[in-house]
Design a protein around this ligand. Sequence first.
Ligand code: GLC
Length: 436
Amino acid sequence: MNQKIADRTRRTEWFLDARFGMFIHWGLYAIPARGEWVRSYERISVEDYEQYFREFDPVSFDPRAWAKTAKAAGMKYAVLTAKHHDGFCLFDSAFTDYKSTNTPYGKDIVKEYVEAFRAEGLKVGLYYSLLDWHHPDYPHYGDMHHPMRENEAFKEATHDFDRYLEYMHGQVRELLTNYGKIDIMWFDFSYGDMSCEKWKATELVNMARELQPHLIIDNRLEGSGEKSGTIKTQDPSVYAGDFACPEQMIPPAGITDDLGNSIPWEACITLNDIWGYDAHDHHYKSSRMVIRNLVECVSKNGNLILNVGPDAKGRFPREAVAVLEGVADWIRDNGESIYGCGIAEYPKPEWGRFTQKGNKLYAHIFEESINAICLPGMAGNVDRLRLLKDGSEIQLTEYWNVKEYPEDAFFFFNNKRCLSFPLPDDRDTVVEITLK
Ligand code: GLC
């Protein structure tokens, strides 16, 4: 392993153990409540969006409650949008007036967030948008995403992009200087020729690593949705990032480098459909689905960061809390099969998935069947089986009809009656297999 990759491996060790995090998309867009892209989709001008800035006052914002919800759900870290594409800053930046401290709310939200989440023992990350639809020096007309991209009034406007970069670098310096230890910096995103050195990314990352040497960074200064960049090579660029971040998908076979070695990755997935609060988006995933998605990520050596979009009052949507409580209920009994676990030495079984940590192999059983449950190729390799949630013994079976498969091991949940259904937990029944 070369030095760059060895450094990355060391930096991401806690992250890969943690496996599960919370993404929080919050800003002025919670008021129009049509998602965080509302300005771009509806071509809203800075002036028309200003009403939300004058109004922003999340009276029910309680970061301790957020942190407790995340912790109970088994999340070990969080990432908050310090600034999203609309340019509104949730922190007291010296470079702009466009910040939470100048709204009726009046406080530095990033500060409140980092303090509350750290108090619950979670690692803290900050999302920072490379795009900025509020800054006058960010390209407007003709840009791919800017709300004024088709507005002829901006056709002749000139923008001093270097001035924007000074602003952007200055804000990143603030975030990494004024808020204590930051564990993750999540830059978003590159597109077209807006990538790499266009962001002065070498300088930016060198500064970030100098300020916070342990910091881990995503790969979007270089990578985009379509390509993850040099993070997959043996010679990653300075700004290749420490982890890949596939969005709204779990990669079919995890993510590996050009030699086939697993690299750190995190799937970012919304709890409903949209990142920022959308009053009409009630399309929530069930806790069962979240649990299975988390298991799938871990079984492929990846992490899951699950997003919540708090509303204009500062509350997590009720539905989101209900889903997370369901996850909490499962994780309390089965967390051991997630943290510090990764891809197993056995291939994916037909009834579900495996995760593994040392000689503990965790069978995540999703599918019920009439058969004894088959552990393919494991005959003679199993020391003992326990139901993870209560430590109760599960016996291997030698029932007559499995005898034709001497390579495999088999068990029933109900050994007395030779039945394996119904499953003890239809979300995901976890059997801890201690290997010989
Ligand atoms: C995107 C979107 C966005 C969201 C992010 C999370 O690239 O622009 O709104 O913040 O993905 O991964």
